[in-house]
Design a protein around this ligand. Structure first.
Ligand code: ADP
Length: 251
């Protein structure tokens, strides 16, 4: 009888905690989305100024406007990471699995990052496979999040004039995407913790003050939800390669 009661109490407590956690998640979601709107407004204001739509500026003035634009971009980036991590934790996060052309998806995301790479003086190269890549059962929006996180990191942690190379490697059962950079690398002592929530290696913190340590955590969770993996090889000062492996949809 008493055991019954304890179980009932536990169930009530669990339900309560789920409700609270859901409420926190909804609150965070509301704040982050509210913040995104004015930041997007600022982005387009800076962009119009930089593009000369409102008249021309001296080089010095342009440099200052660029700094404002970049800071705002970083803020938008951080906010996006928090939004994604928060969605991932919520109870009702849905995956919309469908037959996906990963090669096309990779191409689209790379195109989106060409400008960022150029701004960082990084060469972004896509090695297209010789044969057509197989289709993969995946949620394309979620795979895009993995690719965005990995590309953003590869560019962010590269040295000037470095290269970031993306390869597609089909095997019998999987389609692997590798993203290699020649940047700062991940020090040996940090490697075991790199997928941990909020973890950032010291060399990364030194180079870039901003960062959440949520990108890789989120990316790995998404890869695993697809029955795939996210792994890496890296040496401090030499560069890093991340591998996303997704099971092939054989039908
Ligand atoms: P953030 O980039 O916001 O710090 P991430 O979760 O994306 O967070 O990455 C976690 C940490 O992994 C980074 O802080 C950095 O230490 C390391 N890292 C990720 N990608 C790279 C890379 N391409 N080169 C070197 N270090 C990296």
């Amino acid at each position: 009888m008493e055991t019954e009661k304890t179980r009932e109490e536990l169930e009530v407590a669990l339900k309560q905690s789920k409700i609270e956690s859901q409420a926190q998640s909804e609150f965070l979601s509301m704040i982050t989305h509210q913040l995104r709107t004015p930041l997007s407004g600022i982005k387009w204001t800076f962009k119009m100024l930089l593009d000369g739509d409102l008249g021309s500026f001296s080089d010095e003035q342009k440099q200052i406007i660029s700094k404002g634009y970049e800071s705002n971009e970083r803020m938008l980036g951080l906010l996006n990471e928090v939004i994604i991590a928060n969605q991932n934790q919520s109870w009702d996060f849905q995956y919309d699995m469908q037959t996906t052309d990963v090669e096309k998806l990779v191409e689209r995301i790379i195109t989106e990052y060409l400008e960022t790479a150029r701004a960082h003086d990084v060469h972004l190269v896509f090695h297209r496979p010789e044969q057509t890549s197989p289709m993969v059962m995946a949620d394309p929006d979620k795979i895009a999040i993995i690719l965005q996180n990995l590309l953003e990191n590869a560019i962010k942690y590269s040295n000037e004039e470095g290269s970031v190379t993306v390869n597609l490697i089909p095997t019998k059962d999987t389609l692997a995407i590798s993203i290699s950079d020649e940047g700062i690398g991940i020090p040996a002592e940090a490697q075991a913790r790199i997928f941990g929530k909020f973890f950032r290696a010291d060399n990364a913190k030194e180079l870039k003050k901003e960062g959440t340590g949520l990108g890789l955590f989120t990316a790995r969770r998404i890869a695993e939800k697809h029955g795939g993996t996210l792994t890496f090889e890296s040496e401090a000062g030499q560069g890093t390669t991340f591998f996303v492996q997704l099971p092939i949809h054989n039908s």
